[in-house]
Design a protein around this ligand. Structure first.
Ligand code: NAD
Length: 358
């Protein structure tokens, strides 16, 4: 009799790697297993032309190994573009561990993952991601030197650097759109007041901006109302607020047919990953004369901090590189204007040019 379909063996609808819609020319895709600990991992190395492939490790209770493969391939390619555009001498990769981080994570399993990373001899550098904490990475690092963002090599939480990049990115967008990056009197609507969004709001407040805030967790909004004199609005109304800038710092796919038609801001610039519901929404924003800061360009600060952090905690090199996000965005905005293309398309082009010249 056939085994019953479980959440882990539904793979019939999943194409093999080379035929996979997200294959995107990956250099190497490794499936690792460890019988003793139950480890099932997929390590995807998309592109190493610029250097070893850096990308975090995600632990998730995937419904199938096919879903895990899709996620690894998609995220890995995204890291190639993010690292290339950020000017890092690093390629892109990503790993996933198929396990529930709340109930199936053990030190032995993390060490088994570390041994899989070690076998790749440094072509893949891992770091924390969803479901994997800094403490977990310390355990992984007992088995492999190819870890970034640990306490020994790192600066800790990358969120403040992501926030700094978003802040200078918002200023670059204001400069491009209005000829001045002065934030006093400007209104910014920040959606999502978590690790990144709250810090972005703080920097904007200090620079004199008026704030509108939205978070599904009411105490987070209330905190910003108290600290920054912000106006709180329901999250489903955030994109429609009349503001100079809409800064999505929570969810992906916030820019879709409906929200773009209702946008109340001239600029969209925020930290959230995968803000465009579909690639064509980059064009839709352009058609509405909304200046969009491509998410993977403006939110690279955290990746930069993980990539460049060195023992000792001196973050000058990291901050200098994060501040360059402003120049990168200005370059994207200007080229998009000249060529009549969406900023997303131009960001992809610039990343591809850097890869091709490597
Ligand atoms: P977080 O989990 O700390 O914060 C997310 C916040 O958004 C929480 O306060 C949550 O209550 C709120 N939220 C969730 N759903 C919401 C909704 N529908 N409307 C409004 N608020 C909602 O996450 P974070 O680390 O601050 O990351 C925020 C975004 O930035 C994510 O998309 C993340 O992938 C992206 N990002 C983060 C980093 C980083 O360094 N942390 C780097 C690059 C990209």
């Amino acid at each position: 009799m056939n085994a019953p379909m479980t959440r882990r063996n539904r793979t019939a609808d999943t194409p093999a790697v080379f035929d996979h819609p997200e294959f995107a020319g990956h250099e190497q895709v490794v499936q690792g297993h460890d019988a003793a600990t139950g480890l099932k991992t997929i390590i995807a190395v998309h592109d190493t032309r610029l250097g070893p492939a850096l990308g975090g490790c995600r632990m998730w209770s995937y419904a199938s190994s096919g879903e895990a493969l899709t996620d690894a391939l998609r995220l890995s390619r995204g890291m190639t573009y993010k690292n290339a555009l950020a000017g890092l001498d690093l390629g892109g990769g990503k790993s996933v561990i198929i396990a529930d981080p709340r109930s199936e994570k053990t030190p032995e399993l993390l060490r088994a993952f570390g041994r899989q990373v070690e076998r790749l001899s440094g072509s893949y550098l891992t770091a924390e991601d969803v479901g994997i904490s800094a403490d977990d990475m310390e355990i992984v690092a007992t088995e492999t030197a190819h870890v970034r963002g640990t306490r020994a090599t790192g600066l800790g939480d990358p969120s403040p650097y992501t926030a700094l990049g978003v802040f200078v990115g918002i200023k670059a967008a204001l400069r491009h759109r209005f000829g001045s990056d002065d934030l006093s009197g400007r209104t910014v609507c920040v959606q999502g007041l978590g690790h990144v969004g709250y810090s972005v709001a703080e920097l904007l407040h200090e620079a004199g901006a008026r704030l509108i805030v939205a978070d599904i967790h009411a105490p987070s909004s209330e905190r910003a109302v108290k600290a920054f004199g912000a106006t709180a609005v329901p999250t489903e109304a955030a994109h429609a607020q009349s503001a100079d800038v809409f800064a999505p710092c929570a969810l992906g796919a916030v820019l879709n047919d409906r929200s773009i038609a209702e946008l109340g801001a001239h600029i969209v610039a925020g930290a959230a990953n995968n803000q465009l519901a579909e690639p064509r929404h980059g064009e839709a924003l352009r058609d509405r004369d909304v200046l969009y800061a491509p998410d993977y360009a403006i939110n690279a600060g955290g990746a930069i901090s993980i990539a460049l952090a060195r023992p000792g905690g001196d973050d000058k090199a990291v901050r200098d590189k994060v501040l360059q996000i402003a120049q990168t965005l200005t370059h994207i905005f200007q080229r998009a204007d000249t060529l009549g293309l969406s900023t997303q398309t131009v960001a992809d082009q610039i990343a591809e040019e850097r890869l091709a010249s490597a």
